[in-house]
Design a protein around this ligand. Structure first.
Ligand code: 16G
Ligand code: MG
Length: 546
């Protein structure tokens, strides 16, 4: 059978319901929707993965099947590029085109157009590795993916169930194996060993304080965290004292239900199941463990959130301090990347107190990651808890070749080197970020309350507004979504309102994942932040109704 025939024949098993043609879009985090309508999409993403691998001389491409913090009946699929980063933005439209082809013939046509455009040799090797989270629909979708990889004669490794960042890690490991940029052992075990060794090194002269409760959203993070813990020193040996909760992956309906990072961040409250007492350190992962937020109850039993902005400030201050203490400050510029959702107080703190540079990008990990790679050390976090730290090749070289001038410099350098291995540099990783935060809190001797005290957040409010067509709301290029370009007049109206509030800041942007417009507002008091958000939401409703 010819290549075309094989692709077409397998496609016939995975047809797209006619009413959905034209509706699929490879968005901020790939395709994500009700699992029952994803079969053809996953099949076609498999085709694109093989094309991309062939286009990149047989380098391995990753495919992850997950819908992160979405409800259990949803699923999703996204591609991972050879260095473990998100699919190159220019290729997202090809995923969209393939997904929307309205017949098997049309699909083969779109596929062949890509082969021609990129001069792809279909006889050259293609390599793909893939994994999925714990959703019930995952195994069926894997079959759809496998059909595409078989039809295209792609070499495949099925890593079964993994967190999203573990797959990113493996993709980078495979593609750097045997080179001077080797990233780690190409196995799940290799991932745990790398993190555990780095953690031990970073904690050589210090001990964690108290215990940590980890809410795993009843997702894949639960079993993977338990596995990771086996590689770490026990609490008796100075290791972490971790209590794992919400780690039931056998009740699919419990995934992300009343727990997990999104529940905590959006609702600004602990999971109702939480039994933590005042001061107890807690954190929540999301359904695929690429996102984490921390929190605790203060002495007045008030819930206190330590979100992505807090992790960014904590990590940036610690890394800048280590760079200074090890005598490397002149050689390393540490920068922080945020989005418009970052609390204004965190931005001021980073600039004024830490004296570090800041860049603001549009929402979505790929934008932040990209911007972070321009610094020697780029710390990036979205307020919602997605984030990591990336070290440039030249920064790694400076760190590894630096000759410390004193025992104090040597200690700081050892910790800094450990961090370069502890931090998953391919993408934000809840398990790696968890260890990073624990290391920093131990070194600084901080409780959650002390961490929170470093600066005071401006009161803020996030509102979701439903409009007839969210696509009417577009933002001005280069403003990192802080200004609306259309509908005409809306931005002026927003600015008029904002000007009336002390420390007022507000913006509206179309969601990339839901059919809605999001409004963010902050001001000097809670009441004012609420009023400002309500007023801007009203403006959005007015323009959205036109
Ligand atoms: C996706 C993005 C996340 C972003 C969120 C915004 C990735 C892996 N995930 O979940 O970074 O914060 O979308 O959602 O990039 P929104 O557009 O609906 O506000
Ligand atoms: Mg996620």
């Amino acid at each position: 059978m010819s290549h075309d025939e094989a692709v077409k024949e397998a496609s016939a098993k995975h047809t797209t319901p006619a009413e959905l043609v034209g509706k699929f879009q490879y968005g901020t985090a790939g395709f994500r929707m009700k699992a029952k309508i994803l079969d053809s999409v996953v099949y076609r993403v498999g085709l694109l993965a093989s094309l991309r691998s062939r286009k990149l001389n047989g380098q391995t491409i990753g495919v992850m099947i997950t819908a992160s913090h979405n409800p259990p009946e949803d699923n999703g699929v996204k591609l991972v590029d050879p260095m473990g980063e998100m699919l190159e933005a220019a290729w997202e439209k090809y995923a969209t085109q393939l997904a929307n082809a309205d017949s098997d013939d049309h699909l083969v046509h779109v596929y062949n157009e890509l082969v021609k455009t990129f001069k792809i040799n279909l006889d050259a090797p293609a390599r793909v590795i893939f994994a999925r989270d714990t959703r019930a629909s995952g195994s069926r979708l894997v079959e759809c993916l496998n059909d595409a990889l078989t039809a295209t004669k792609t070499e495949v490794t099925d890593y079964r169930i993994l967190t999203t960042p573990q797959l990113h890690y493996l993709v980078r490991c495979v593609n750097t194996k045997g080179t001077q940029d080797e990233y780690g052992e190409v196995s799940e075990k290799g991932y745990y060993e790398k993190l555990a060794a780095a953690f031990k090194q970073a904690m050589e002269h210090t001990k964690p304080q108290g215990h940590l409760t980890v809410d795993c959203a009843n997702g894949v993070g639960g079993p993977k965290l338990r596995e990771l813990l086996k590689y770490l020193p026990s609490p008796a040996d100075g290791g972490l004292d971790v209590k794992v909760v919400n780690d039931d992956v056998h009740k699919p309906e419990s995934l992300n239900h009343q727990c997990g990072a999104d529940f905590v961040k959006t609702g600004q409250r602990a999971p109702p199941s939480s039994k933590a007492g005042p001061g107890d350190r807690c954190c929540s992962l999301d359904g695929d463990a690429d996102r984490i937020v921390f929190y605790f109850q203060d002495e007045k039993n008030v819930f206190r959130l330590l979100d992505g902005d807090r992790i960014a400030t904590l990590a940036a201050s610690f890394i800048a301090e280590l760079a200074r203490q090890s005598g490397l400050m002149d050689k390393l510029t540490v920068g922080v990347v945020q989005t418009a959702y970052a609390n204004g107080a965190s931005t001021t703190y980073i600039q004024k107190n830490l004296g570090l540079q800041i860049v603001c990008t549009p929402t979505g990990v790929k934008h932040l990651h990209h911007a972070a790679t321009r610094f020697d050390v780029g710390v990036y976090f979205e307020a919602n808890g997605h984030g990591t730290v990336v070290f440039s090749p030249s920064a790694l070289k400076s760190i590894h070749t630096h000759q410390p001038q004193s025992p104090a410099q040597a200690d700081a350098l050892t910790t800094l080197i450990a961090l370069t291995d502890l931090i998953n540099q391919t993408v934000g990783d809840a398990l790696s970020d968890l260890l990073l935060v624990e290391v920093i809190l131990a070194h600084k001797g901080f409780s959650c309350a002390e961490w929170l005290q470093t600066y005071t957040d401006l009161p803020n409010r996030l509102v979701r507004v439903e409009v007839a067509d969210r696509n009417l709301f577009t933002t001005v290029e280069g403003t990192a979504e802080r200004q609306l370009a259309t509908p005409a007049g809306a931005q002026k109206d927003i600015e008029k309102i904002v000007a009336k509030y002390k420390d007022g800041r507000s913006f509206a942007r179309a969601s990339g994942t839901e059919d809605a417009v999001r409004v963010y507002a902050e001001a000097s008091t809670r009441a004012e932040a609420e009023d400002l958000a309500a007023a801007v939401a009203q403006i959005v409703r007015k323009y959205g109704a036109k």
